[in-house]
Ligand binder design. Sequence first.
Ligand code: COA
Length: 180
Amino acid sequence: MSEHGRHAFHERDEHGILVRPAVAADVPHIQRLIAPYVDRRILLGKENVALYGSIQQFRIAEGPDGVPIGCGALAVFWDDIAEVRTLALDGDWIHKRVGHRMLEALEHDARELGVARIFCLTFEVDFFAKHGYLEIGESVVSPDVYAELVRSSDEGVAEFLDLARVKPNTLGNTRMLKIL
Ligand SMILES: CC(C)(COP(=O)(O)OP(=O)(O)OC[C@H]1O[C@@H](n2cnc3c(N)ncnc32)[C@H](O)[C@@H]1OP(=O)(O)O)[C@@H](O)C(=O)NCCC(=O)NCCS
């Protein structure tokens, strides 16, 4: 049986983990989940207003007791490229394949949206490499698309383009790309 849409993966696995679309009430949980990584400059911090405004991009991993233990988002940049961003797990749940399930769900979302390439900017190179992401150099879009993307006010787009103003955010990160 195949499932479609945002509710694909909408069942608990054998460990009681559910990966579901985010709802507005998840925003405080997303802030809680990303805070330790934002503090360590591993993830970019987000204002609540930005999280509410992009809540449809997010998926939440729910623990067996229904409490969110992970989050992640897929942001579409252009007709054939999106970014996996703000992927974060509660420290108690690291290395239990929840990240794997969340990434699979976000890749499903990309396919549903008709996007064939997924970018990420990360310190977790091994995790993404094991999921088929390859390190890339500076630009993977044409000059025409670059010229349009540069008009975006989104920090993630600026990081994707490697703009000078966001270089302090991206120091030490690896740029990676997967073709679905
Ligand atoms: C990146 C991140 C989401 C990965 O999530 P995760 O759930 O720990 O990852 P997984 O468990 O799916 O896979 C990690 C490893 O654990 C292994 N693993 C899975 N279950 C395991 C278990 N029960 N016991 C031991 N290892 C296990 C996996 O095989 C994998 O190992 P491998 O890399 O050698 O194959 C998580 O580490 C995180 O939140 N990082 C901080 C934020 C960040 O950098 N995000 C990415 C940028 S957007």
